[in-house]
Design a binder for this molecule. Structure first.
Ligand code: ZN
Length: 66
């Protein structure tokens, strides 16, 4: 899997005005906190942070909620 971090990809995420968060795992505080933070960042228009948090959530879920 190529996560395109090192390529000069265009900011495709700008085309989605409301990117869907990965679903938080039921009852997990970490998931909840990350999703809340992501929602805040989206509200503030901080899309690079939204993308970072989506990665963060995905990584956390992959590690903890297989
Ligand atoms: Zn979690």
């Amino acid at each position: 899997m190529d996560d395109a971090k090192t390529t000069m990809a265009p900011p495709v995420y700008l085309m989605m005005d409301a990117p869907k968060p990965p679903k938080p795992h039921e009852g997990c505080d970490v998931c909840g906190a990350l999703v809340d933070e992501r929602t805040e960042a989206a509200r503030a228009g901080d899309w690079s942070r939204v993308v970072d948090l989506n990665v963060e959530i995905g990584r956390h879920r992959a590690g903890l909620h297989k």
